[in-house]
Ligand binder design. Structure first.
Ligand code: NAD
Length: 368
């Protein structure tokens, strides 16, 4: 097994606005190295459409091995219309899926935080979202997106049948639930586990195994079970009732998108995908903004780098054990928003527009 190299950060800017937002993270890493005497080793390489253009594949073996050896992978975004018609195996998104699958990143953490300065950007009433801070933990490598059998096949009456299989094992459920309980202990100590145990056996198993784990190891954490469709409604009705939500791959895909939209700001939301810790406590992890490559604004210097910068704050917290530095970076972002600086996507009356790099520089100035 390849050993994870401590403090090695692999930057994969990708396509579209990816390189622009990752550039700001690079500046921040360099600032930490210089001013906090940290020793992050930065490497950077191609992924997605950029890798396809140069090498004919969305991720080369060399880059894949670099990712395996790095403590942190920071991804910008991949994709764009230029590569839309490529065959499935060559599409830029395959780089992402390969990294998630081969690095065994089974827990996807997506915070939905409504910044007080941006409450008006949400489509919900301010009193419903103001101060919102929830964490969705989505299982990422199992369930219906990976289950066998799958496929499309002809059937007797001349029709076709599409098949996917939703399946979970005890260990797959327990490892992601542990991540959720451990996170809750550092937050407001409350986990809501979502499934469809009323109509799906895999959901019934999910509910039972989460409860068993809770009773055995996490009695001090409050646990509630909720049907996933009810959770979708509750997220709109009263999202602040939640602290950590843990759910499977399919429901997590939808619920985390829904939760992120409560905050009204795609350019601000980070994510982390975590693997298991080995016996030396080393963990593989990839951090990326939730937004895509935004080809419509690429190259214009207007992309909001905050989602990517906050993804790096998550890396400081979850991979590098630098909670103080992570808090410092999050506070720097808040302070810049307090000062009324905004990239174009979050610009409102009375605030000042800044470019991608000006936003990065302003955040660094607050770190000082
Ligand atoms: P998108 O997230 O790229 O863009 C949606 C809208 O939000 C666009 O109007 C864009 O300008 C805006 N936007 C996104 N990020 C922004 C930022 N940081 N600052 C300011 N505005 C921002 O989604 P899309 O348009 O559906 O997809 C574009 C491409 O990105 C597609 O090829 C898609 O496959 C790919 N994609 C990649 C990822 C990823 O790499 N993880 C995720 C989603 C989409």
């Amino acid at each position: 097994m390849i050993k994870v190299k401590k403090r090695k950060i692999l930057l994969l800017p990708g396509d579209g606005i990816g390189p622009e937002v990752i550039k700001e993270v690079r500046k921040i890493i360099q600032w930490f190295n210089k001013n906090k005497s940290l020793d992050f080793e930065i490497d950077e390489d191609l992924a997605g459409g950029a890798a396809y253009d140069k090498h004919g594949t969305p991720i080369t073996d060399e880059v894949f091995y670099k990712a395996l050896e790095s403590e942190v992978v920071m991804l910008g975004a991949v994709g764009g219309p230029k590569w839309d018609n490529l065959e499935f195996s060559k599409k830029p998104e395959r780089a992402l899926l390969k990294l998630r699958k081969e690095l065994k990143l089974f827990a996807n953490l997506r915070p939905a935080i409504c910044f007080k300065q941006l409450v008006s950007a949400s489509s919900l009433k301010p009193e419903i979202v103001s101060g919102l801070d929830i964490m969705i933990v989505r299982e990422l490598t199992g369930g219906i997106y990976f289950g066998e059998p799958r496929g499309i096949k002809p059937i007797d009456n001349g029709e076709r049948k599409g098949i996917n299989t939703h399946a979970y094992t005890t260990s797959e459920i327990v490892r992601v639930a542990k991540v959720a309980f451990d996170l809750a202990k550092k937050r407001s100590n409350k986990v809501t586990s979502c499934e469809k145990s009323n109509v799906m056996e895999a959901g019934q198993l999910w509910k039972e195994e989460v409860q068993v784990l809770h009773d055995k190891e996490y009695k001090e954490v409050e646990l509630n079970h909720m049907l996933a469709d009810n959770c979708a409604m509750q997220l709109l009705r009263n999202p602040k009732q939640f602290d950590v939500i843990v759910t499977d791959n399919l429901f997590g895909d939808m619920l985390s998108d829904q939760a992120s939209m409560l905050t009204g700001s795609l350019g601000l939301l980070p994510s982390a995908s975590l693997g298991s810790k080995n016996k030396n406590g080393e963990m593989r992890a990839m951090y990326e903004p939730i937004h895509g490559a935004a080809p419509d604004i690429a190259g214009k210097g207007v992309a909001n780098p905050i989602a990517t910068i906050l993804s790096f704050a998550m890396a400081l917290k979850y991979s590098l054990d630098l909670d103080k530095e992570a808090d410092g970076l999050e506070n720097a972002v808040q302070n810049v928003l307090d000062d009324g600086l905004r990239t174009k996507d979050i610009l409102t009356k009375g605030t000042k527009e800044v470019s991608t790099s000006e936003m990065g520089d302003a955040i660094i100035s607050k770190l000082k």
